[in-house]
Design a protein around this ligand. Structure first.
Ligand SMILES: [Zn+2]
Length: 278
């Protein structure tokens, strides 16, 4: 998708499954299962869709779960055998060594697992060895000091080796990454969770990360049970969805099983997503 001076390419790091109840928080199953059917273990199908950005620099936003997760967890999360990030990057004509910036929305495993990989000897090394990895300083602090409620999402092996390699650059909330690209802190999902604004040629696209993970989550109170601060999500999302409708943002849905990007529209006070084909 050409977007002014930016070129935006949604990637795929396979499909996986998470508990449907956890994905929709307080929304009852009789309502959410119409939008996201559950399997026999009550899991819904999702995807991991990092975004490739060609601008002044070659950048990837998030990197999926990667290959390091132990088989038992891969089974619990229903990792499929479909397209992986390396194949998706190759299809876009990019090698991992070409990536100059890796931008993290936050450090949960389904976003940061692909930041590192195992080399032939089994050692964990940066997956993008020539990149600088931009991580919000507060998110780093929380990820390296997990507590009982978020421990299952944070794995040191996904980011601590990057620090040792000297590749981590800490960022503050609401900073500019490169021309046309800036991050905005949402809080809510994690204390320093951030979304990415991509602005060029008078148009705006937003990589919404876990603020609006799938198109089934466009309604403002449809908020994940995983969110640590759901009232923060609610306040941010209420304002953001209004802004996205009024200004016709292209929204990238990182976890939607089939729709990578679309416009949020409103008709008769109901929200829906009009998909955009890349
Ligand atoms: Zn996620």
């Amino acid at each position: 998708m050409t977007f002014g001076d930016l070129e935006l390419t949604p990637l795929l790091d396979r499909h996986f499954r998470l508990d449907g109840g956890a994905m929709f928080g307080v929304v009852p199953k009789i309502l959410w299962e119409r939008r996201a059917p559950a399997d026999e273990r009550n899991r819904i199908t999702m995807a991991m869709r990092p975004l490739l950005v060609r601008g002044e620099r070659l950048m990837i936003i998030d990197a999926g779960a990667g290959e390091k997760m132990e088989p038992k967890l891969q089974e619990i999360y229903g990792f499929d055998r479909g397209e992986r990030l390396d194949a998706s990057l190759a299809a876009a004509g990019v090698r991992a060594v070409d990536i100059e910036i890796v931008l993290a929305s936050h450090l949960h495993f389904d976003h940061a697992g692909g930041f590192t990989t195992r080399d032939a000897s089994g050692a964990i090394v940066p997956a993008f060895p020539n990149a600088r990895y931009l991580v919000n300083a507060g998110e780093w602090e929380d990820a390296t000091h997990p507590h009982e409620r978020n421990r299952a999402s944070y794995f040191d092996e996904n980011y601590v080796p990057l620090r040792a390699a000297g590749l981590v650059h800490f960022t503050e909330a609401d900073s500019v990454v490169m021309p046309g690209v800036r991050v905005r802190r949402t809080g809510g999902h994690t204390r320093c969770h951030q979304i990415v604004y991509l602005e060029s040629g008078g148009k705006t696209a937003v990589f919404a990360a876990d603020l609006i993970p799938t198109v089934a989550h466009v309604d403002v109170p449809w908020i994940m049970g995983y969110d640590l601060y759901p009232m923060e999500t609610l306040a941010f999302k209420r304002a953001f969805v209004r802004e996205a409708i009024d200004r016709e943002y292209v929204i990238f849905f990182e976890h939607d099983p089939s729709i990578a990007a679309g416009y949020i529209r409103e008709r008769d006070r109901r929200l829906y997503v009009e998909p955009v084909s890349p």
